[in-house]
Design a binder for this molecule. Structure first.
Ligand code: CO8
Length: 377
């Protein structure tokens, strides 16, 4: 006789926004002032052809090409100063809570409260994001300590798919019985890695933190929970989205803050290659679960570019998706690396009824694609 497996559920979720934000207009005005200063300062070299002039940016281009109108930033000071062009994040003593742990804790408290859980109910913490502010001790262990959680914690980095891949790890851990309740947090502090002096990418990223509780249905006390019907991960190596930032700069004598150490992408190629991959990934996962795409009520997709989302949703449904079916949060949040699909999930669950199906899916750097099919309980 086969034993019936108890469902594994998402029982709590939290979203934390930094208090500062930057509109496209503010961003472009600062960048253009920087570019004009640069061009004036290097007028002779530009004339000779030994230095390239900095092209100007435009708020209209940004909105049209990406759907982004605004981004939250952990710290605003410095980011819009044409003489600096990077945020100032004040240093903290080792005895103080680190910046990224603070972001994580803010989102985690919301998720715990939504799951009707105390710290003592959690026995594993995963911090998963595109960059951690240091290698060790793990940010997850600092968060665990700050919240008073026993058990264990670890960090994992899978760029855009960090959040979905970590939810999959949590699902598997609860299923295997190696943890009872897992707190999964993505404190995406992207602004330090954004090249504020580069017209092609200065507008892309925003800062945010999301947190989720995963546990067995047996222990769930939440008013709103979602059964995880399945999860699927895929990776395929690509240099089209890359950052060479890392500790080897010290030994190879390269500039630790050189151009290649920031986020760099070939956006057009990413767009062309990733859209079909994501649509096929989700369709095959749903098929394996015996679900037709048309049965899915909500698509919480990765938030990198509005045109990408519209295209993927169209491939999935064979028609345009409504704003309700495939919500977009890019206008307010910009690309928040792995947090995007979970911001959409946090903000757009209205109208869903018990039994309704949804898909959370990330796609991007690696390349990496991670998806979870969930059903409202
Ligand atoms: N203002 C005015 N004009 C501009 C600007 C600007 N800011 N930027 C570019 N242009 C110009 C270009 O120079 C180009 O001019 P020309 O035709 O003369 O060469 C013209 O506008 C068109 O440029 P593009 O071809 O680049 O424009 P697209 O319409 O393709 O849009 C996008 C560019 C928005 C980048 C688009 O290609 C895109 O979004 N692609 C998908 C990108 C994507 O999904 N990336 C994944 C992101 S990675 C991720 O999500 C997480 C990574 C890890 C986190 C990192 C944290 C920092």
């Amino acid at each position: 006789m086969t034993q019936q497996q108890t469902p594994i559920v998402i029982s709590g979720f939290g979203l934390w926004n930094p208090e500062y934000s930057i509109s496209n207009e503010e961003l472009v005005s600062a960048y253009n002032a920087y570019a004009n200063n640069f061009n004036q300062h290097h007028a002779a070299e530009i004339e000779q052809g030994s230095v390239n002039a900095k092209p100007l940016s435009s708020a209209e281009f940004i909105t049209k090409a990406s759907g982004i109108k605004n981004r939250y930033v952990y710290r605003k000071e410095g980011a819009l100063d044409p003489e600096r062009m990077r945020p100032y994040i004040e240093p903290r003593e080792n005895s103080e809570l680190s910046h990224q742990a603070e972001m994580a804790v803010n989102a985690a408290r919301k998720a715990l409260s939504a799951a009707h859980c105390e710290a003592a109910d959690i026995d594993a913490v995963i911090v998963a994001c595109s960059y951690t502010q240091r290698a060790y001790p793990a940010i997850a262990i600092e968060v665990q300590h700050e919240l008073g959680i026993s058990g264990f914690g670890f960090d994992m980095l899978v760029a855009c798919s960090s959040a979905t891949f970590s939810l999959q790890r949590a699902y598997e851990m609860v299923k295997a019985g190696t943890a009872t309740r897992v707190l999964v947090i993505s404190p995406e502090l992207t602004s330090p890695q954004n090249n504020w002096r580069d017209r092609d990418s200065h507008f892309i990223f925003g800062d945010v933190a999301v947190a989720t509780v995963v546990e067995s249905a047996d222990s769930c006390r939440s008013d709103e929970s979602y059964e995880i019907l399945g999860s699927k991960a895929a990776t395929l190596f690509s240099n089209n989205i890359r950052s060479n930032f890392g500790y080897l700069s010290y030994t190879d004598d390269s500039d630790p803050f050189g151009e290649d150490k920031f986020f760099i992408q070939n956006g057009r190629k990413v767009f062309k290659e990733v859209c079909p991959m994501a649509a096929e990934h989700i369709t095959s996962q749903l098929k394996d679960l015996g679900i037709d795409n048309s049965e899915v009520k909500r698509w919480w997709l990765h938030q990198a570019n509005i045109n990408m989302n519209l295209l993927i949703a169209k491939k999935l449904l064979g028609r345009e998706a409504s704003a309700e079916e495939a919500p977009i949060v890019l206008d307010q949040y910009a690309n928040t690396a792995s947090a995007g699909s979970l911001i959409a999930f946090n903000l757009h669950r209205e109208g869903l009824e018990s039994g309704d199906l949804g898909v959370i899916c990330s796609f991007g750097a690696g390349y990496s694609i991670g998806s979870l099919v969930i059903r409202k309980r």
